[in-house]
Structure formats: C-alpha cells, structure tokens
Design a protein around this ligand. Structure first.
Ligand code: GUN
Ligand code: FE
Length: 442
C-alpha cells in the first residue's frame, strides 16, 4: 500500500450545471487520503480517520498545497497533430489540405511515428491527462507506436487507425479493403490488451467513399464493444461538401446512420451546426458528442450549443482536438468551453466543467468503471494540482476562497503550470520541475 494526502475532489454523479452541485454528486475532502494498492484505489477518506489505521511502514506523500483530482480524460485528440498546432489563417478544409495532411504524411516513417507517440504521451501526462480517445494517422505504424507508448506508461488509451480513401494526398490514402483489414488486425491485437481499447476511425464522410464507410460499419457490427470515432458537422463548408458527396442522404448525420456507424459506442467530434432532428437521433442511438471549444474558436468553426445538447439528453464530453485545438490542457479547454457558453448567453459551472473532464468523459468512453473517479476499485490515475501555481493564479490567491472559486480560477487561468504531478495506476509518471526563480511565490 501507499497513500497520498491532500485536498481531494472527485465526482460520483453528474453535478448538473446549477451553481450548487446536486446532492451527493461530489466528494470533497479538505484533508483527504487516497490509499492505493497494486495500482488501484483501495480507499478514499478523511486523513484523520484513515491515517491511524495504516501500517506504520505505509509511505504517505503529503501534498501540502495540493488538490488531488482524478486524471483528466480527453475525448478527442490527434496524436500526429502536435506539430500542426497554431497553424495560421485557415478554416477546416484549407487547414487540412495546407497543414494537416502534409504533416500526417510524415507518420509513414516508423521512427518518426514512435518519437512523436512518446512525446505525445509525455505531453498528455505533463498536462494532467491520463487517458483519452485518440486519432492516429492512416498508417498502421502510428497506431502501434501510440499503444506501445501508452503501455510503457501503464496508461489506458482508446485509439485507432484513420480510415481515409479519397480527397487526400496519395501518401495518406488507403482503400476500403486495406483499411478494413488493417483496422481489423489492429483491433484484434490491441482491443483489451491490458488497458488499451480500439476505436474504429473513419476520419469523416468527406475522406471516405461509401464502400469504406460501409466496411467501417461492418467492422463495428462485428466488434460492437469497440468504439467508433469520427468528425461531424464542424464547419459550414464541410457540411455543404458532404451534401454534394452524398445527395441521396437526408443529412450529414444520416450518412453515418446509413452506414451503421451510430450507436452508444460512437463519439462524434464537434456537432456544431446541427438541428433538433439530429439531437433526437443522437439521443435515440446513444451516440456522443465531443465538444472541442479551443478548436472551434481557433478554426472559426462555430459555437457548440451545450445547453441544447444537455437538454436533449445527449451525452457530451469535453476534448482538446489538438492540433485544431490550441492546448492539450483540459483546464484551458474548460476555460474556452466557458467562454463559448457565455457567447451564447449560457454558463458552465466549475462543477460541471471538472465533472466533464473526469467522470463525464470516462462515461462518454464507457470507462467509468475503471477511471474518471477515485472510488475504490478504479485505476489510481490522478493528478495533483497546485491552485497557487503560475503568476496569475498566484496573484489571485491573496484572499481565501471557496472551493467553487478555486476551481473556477483553475479553469479560467490554469494550464499545465498548475500541474504538480501526474500518477497513472498509482505510479508517478510526471513531476513538475522546480519553478524558475522569477515566478512570484506565495
Ligand atoms: N475533420 C476531418 N479531419 C479533421 C481533423 O483532423 N481535425 C478537425 N478538427 N476536423 C477534422
Ligand atoms: Fe479532430
């Protein structure tokens, strides 16, 4: 056994989006103890109650200023797009052609794919993210590289080979048959190997022929436990193009529906320009939306209507969408989600935001029995935040605050600088280097 002591917060249920969280939805322990055994949570509780019961030899790490939370989960992020972040001046379709496809083509090189996959896994951890749903490239290499990097860190990721057989450079496209065969092989190899899960990954309807979408649907039917991930209704130009490519389909959503790609194991990134009929169909099928606020503002895609999605009973997750997104930090992502809501006269409470980034996202990925909270039996994936870190946060912390205020400061002003340490399955996988002397200290 080992133990971690500090302020501890996690969610047991959806707290709702009202100023006060629903009763029983959160557990907050101002002086809490997290007890770990063989990489899993054995117990959480008040330090004063649990400490006397520990064997005297049990190591206890005391995080004096620390706030212990479940590790963040990112429900939509592209491993091969770290180098695409902050690409200037384009919207989705030009952005793909000008910056993204040429960069993804580099992943045909096995060594490059490996280097980038390890860098990606380390960067996720440095941002406090311990799990997620990830796009690789169309090269099987890139999937092997990512799962190997995750395995080396005991992380559980869900990922898949991008299927794309048209409207992209030759060195990126596959064929319906090869994409089916390679996805099938990777799925059989990696789905359920340790903590890894596979996601069938047609990029979006514009880069897949009807035959490829049909084979993706067939694969999903053969492996209903695997996730399906794709992009949907992100950009007006994209939507018009889909209309032209699939004139016989009633809507963009109907394309995925028609090919058997909608179900409760489906995660659709974006879903910005949609109507009540789409929402109704998502609710019926159980398909989920990954809300990607920093990407949606950066690429000028539009404002996701969070309130309407919630009211329609849709399961919504929160995601960085790097490299369309501008930060791997789920704190920064929460901050941008708040602003997207404000621009529409809506709000996003800190309770709801932190729920989404942890238990909510675990539920979107069907992983909430393993991750997303610090309840006994879950993998001990957690992050230690220092609410006073970084110049802006340090200035804010000159007066005492409620927990809601502290969480709100973290989501509006925080980023990777607020991450003190990240643990995966009970093992420290990231520790922040000592602060440079010029940072103001409190
Ligand atoms: N639509 C199709 N491919 C992509 C991608 O890589 N990023 C985003 N944001 N949208 C897409
Ligand atoms: Fe994306």
């Amino acid at each position: 056994c080992e133990a971690h002591r500090g302020a501890l917060l996690h969610f047991l249920e959806d707290p709702g989006n009202e100023p006060e969280p629903a009763l029983g939805a959160t557990e907050y322990l101002e002086d809490g103890l997290l007890l770990i055994h063989h990489g899993k949570v054995l117990a959480t509780g008040q330090a004063r109650e649990l400490l006397p019961r520990l064997a005297p030899t049990t190591p206890v790490t005391h995080w004096q200023e620390g706030l212990i939370l479940p590790g963040f989960i990112d429900t939509h992020v592209h491993m091969p797009q770290l180098g695409v972040m902050a690409s200037y001046g384009t919207q989705l379709l030009d952005w793909l052609e000008t910056y993204t496809f040429p960069h993804e083509a580099r992943f045909s090189d096995r060594d490059w794919a490996r280097t980038e996959a390890h860098r990606f896994a380390d960067l996720l951890l440095a941002h406090g993210t311990t799990s997620g749903l990830v796009f690789c490239t169309s090269h099987a290499n890139s999937v092997e590289a990512l799962f190997e990097a995750a395995e080396a860190r005991s992380m559980g990721l869900t990922a898949g080979k991008v299927m794309m057989d048209r409207h992209a450079p030759d060195d990126l496209i596959d064929t319906p048959e090869t994409s089916y065969q390679e996805s099938h092989r990777l799925l059989e190899k990696w789905h359920g190997r340790g903590r890894q899960r596979y996601a069938i990954t047609p990029r979006f309807a514009a880069t897949s022929s009807p035959q490829q979408l049909s084979l993706a649907g067939k694969l999903s039917g053969e492996f209903p436990q695997a996730l399906v991930q794709t992009h949907w209704a992100e950009n007006l130009g994209e939507i018009q193009w889909i209309r032209e490519l699939f004139p016989q389909r009633a809507s963009y959503l109907d394309v995925y529906d028609h090919y058997g790609l909608l179900g409760n194991h489906t995660v659709l990134a974006h879903g910005i320009h949609i109507d009540d009929g789409d929402r109704k169909r998502l609710k019926e099928t159980g398909a989920r939306i990954a809300f990607c606020p920093t990407s949606n503002t950066f690429l000028g895609s539009g404002l996701f209507d969070f309130r309407r999605a919630r009211e329609a009973g849709i399961n919504v997750g929160l995601a960085s969408d790097v490299g369309g997104g501008t930060s791997l930090s789920m704190l920064a992502t929460m901050g941008e989600a708040y602003k997207v809501c404000r621009l529409q006269g809506q709000t996003l409470t800190p309770w709801q935001a932190f729920y989404l980034a942890t238990l909510g996202n675990a539920r979107v990925l069907h992983q909430d029995h393993d991750t997303g909270s610090l309840q006994p039996g879950r993998h001990a994936d957690f992050v230690v935040l220092d609410p006073s870190r970084g110049p802006l946060l340090a200035m804010k912390k000159t007066h005492s605050q409620t927990l809601a205020e502290t969480l709100f400061d973290l989501m509006i002003l925080g980023d990777d600088r607020a991450v003190t340490a990240t643990f995966v399955a009970g093992t420290c996988q990231y520790r922040r280097p000592p602060a440079p002397a010029f940072l103001p200290s409190v």
